[in-house]
Design a protein around this ligand. Structure first.
Ligand code: ZN
Length: 607
């Protein structure tokens, strides 16, 4: 016995009782081809044992019986040779790119009774065919396909597939129907899980697995993400190519692959298929779908935001990502969608609806008339209007500062001195109304001196921050506006005209996440710190100051059920001026810029 197979046989022995139970039960319940595959995966080799009933040989190769209705030992021997070839061709394990691994077939050790086997007892005999597949490296993905019966067969073959990875917890068997691939992801880096591992370690292992696949952990399911935003509703659909092909034939020259050219040719057809099959209404009105893109992906793709369609994609394990968008006539209060694109192998689909921070999941099904999705906005959502900053709204310009008091004092002094000079011989004190009138005049003169002439107060750090922060915040908020025109209008409320173009380009560039398909990030926070006033400029009517500060911007983009957040730090020098009574940023010079890191989070939804 090959010593490398010891592990496999130990595991097989453990499964033996179950296999026997399945076989015995099946022999009475189901006379059609039922087989069992026990697959053991090591980093450098896969071994598979395919167990079939003797009846399969009779059915698939039309063996001849003798006059007693017996299959002779010779005829069975012929059947075994034919079935070896049959299994080698029709049981396939595909690599990550959908290419079949080369198998080596070991001969079966089963010997038929010399007298042959009566036809009525064919289901009482099981044969095992052993296959070996050499691997160049530990596989991340394996795709299993059995084609024992042709597609559309009245009585399709069924296989119970049990895949066990070396040094991993015992796995569960799955049912493998003909021509319906089963895709498995394997991890080799993580520590093996055993009964002795703590709960914490197991949870950490699962979280890591989820993060590695960005939450898309099933390779046979269809995913649907519906993003409800201010400007649009966006629908992202990820469907196994195999599932799509059941309802939408796509021309392809190669039997097992779609070429890049064929993918590009099919993109619009697939888009149209979903656009027509998933009608959407927003606020009660039907909105036409805009086809954004359609890409074909292999198993290696984790983030479906990337452009694809540049390499062959396997029909067995390829996936198709489609994005449709629907322009909102106003902020979406209600969204409804009808799913009319179920296939023979997809009877239900989970639609995840993401609206701001709120995430929910709805299951649509062709069974029980549950094809309709109805969503209602839970909260009234409006964009907070921009508010330009009036110069005289500021606390420091309304307060009686020391210059105002000094001005008042000087005015009083001037009045008293003047009164003494002009009225030298007058000994009587001025009347109360006269003093009161003089005080009012002095106050007005002092106030005037403070606000219109001297303006000599250096602006404090706290005051500067009060002016700067809202203007700076509005610059980023402007980019939430749906059109460029509206972005400029909003920017004009906080940035001087000559600087508009410069600021627009600078912010737009900083939010443009080229590494994520050029999506524009949504800013979630802007934190200003370390602000210092460099210089206060004294002007009669339009005060200004120079300000240097640091700020961190967090922005995110969200697609395919996960969220990218990027943080960036900036240091810049600004000048702020009062123009026509309102504060505006008139100078913006970035002194330093550094990335603080990017995180990817898989979104959780309420069930
Ligand atoms: Zn992404």
């Amino acid at each position: 016995m090959n010593s490398r197979l010891v592990g496999f046989f130990i595991w097989r022995a453990l499964c033996g009782a179950l296999a026997l139970a399945v076989a015995t039960r099946s022999s009475y319940a189901h006379p059609v081809s039922i087989s069992r595959a026990l697959v053991y995966v090591r980093p450098d080799e896969i071994t598979a044992e395919i167990e079939v009933f003797l009846e399969d040989l009779y059915l698939f190769h039309t063996l001849r019986t003798d006059s007693r209705d017996y299959l002779s030992a010779t005829e069975i021997g012929r059947g075994i040779q034919l079935h070896r070839q049959f299994i080698a061709e029709r049981f396939q394990i595909l690599d990550i790119d959908g290419r079949p691994l080369v198998s080596k077939l070991d001969s079966t050790t089963w010997q038929p009774p010399a007298s042959g086997v009566p036809l009525a007892e064919l289901m009482d005999h099981q044969l095992t065919f052993s296959l070996r597949f050499d691997l160049d490296e530990a596989p991340e993905f394996l795709t299993f396909v059995q084609k024992f019966t042709d597609g559309g067969a009245v009585l399709p073959s069924e296989m119970t597939l049990h895949v066990q990875q070396e040094q991993q917890p015992e796995s569960e068997p799955v049912a493998l129907r003909p021509h319906e691939p089963y895709i498995l992801r394997l991890r080799w880096d993580g520590p093996p899980l055993s009964m002795g591992d703590g709960r914490e370690q197991q949870v950490a292992w699962l979280v890591k697995a989820k993060q590695e696949t960005l939450g898309i952990s099933s390779y046979s399911s269809t995913y649907s993400f519906l993003y409800v935003e201010n400007r649009q509703v966006r629908h992202e659909i990820l469907i196994p190519l195999q599932t799509l092909l059941l309802d939408l034939p796509i021309e392809h020259e190669h039997r097992d692959f779609l070429s890049p050219e064929e993918q590009r040719g099919a993109a619009a057809v697939v888009g149209d298929y979903f656009a027509k099959g998933l009608p959407v209404r927003i606020n009660g009105a039907t909105v036409e779908a805009k086809f954004e893109k359609c890409d074909f992906f292999g198993l290696a793709t984790k983030d479906f935001a990337r452009d694809a369609n540049d390499r062959d994609v396997s029909l067995a394990n390829g996936r198709v990502g489609v994005i449709l968008s629907y322009r909102c006539p106003a902020f979406p209060e209600t969204v409804s969608m009808s799913w009319n694109r179920f296939t023979e192998s997809m009877w239900a689909v989970d639609v995840v609806i993401l609206a701001g921070d709120r995430i929910e999941k709805r299951t649509l099904s062709r069974v029980g008339n549950r094809q309709q999705l109805e969503w209602e906005s839970p909260l009234p959502h409006r964009v907070v209007p921009f508010s330009p900053l009036r110069a005289n709204d500021l606390p420091q310009s309304l307060s009686l500062s020391w210059t105002a008091i000094l001005g008042f004092d000087i005015a009083i002094l001037i009045w008293l001195v003047g009164w003494r000079i002009l009225r030298p011989r007058l000994t009587k004190s001025p009347s109360t109304p006269a003093v009161f009138a003089a005080a009012v005049v002095a106050l007005v003169v002092g106030w005037f001196a403070h606000s219109r002439i001297w303006q000599s107060d250096p602006i404090s750090t706290a005051e500067a921050a009060q002016i700067f922060a809202p203007l700076h915040r509005n610059v980023y908020r402007a980019f939430e506006c749906p059109t460029d025109g509206e972005v400029y209008d909003a920017l004009a409320l906080c940035v001087d005209g000559e600087l508009l173009e410069h600021v627009y380009r600078q912010i737009h560039q900083s939010l443009d996440m080229q590494d994520q398909g050029g999506a524009i990030a949504h800013v979630t926070s802007v934190d200003v710190s370390d602000g210092t006033v460099q210089q206060t400029v004294h002007a009669r009517s339009e005060p200004s100051f120079y300000y240097v500060c640091q700020w961190d911007v967090a922005g995110n983009i969200e697609h395919w059920g996960h969220l990218h957040e990027r943080r960036q730090r900036y240091v810049a020098s600004f000048r702020l001026n009062v123009i026509n009574g309102y504060w505006r940023i008139t100078h913006w010079d970035v002194l330093d810029e550094q990335p603080l890191g990017t995180t990817v989070t898989v979104r959780e939804f309420s069930r």
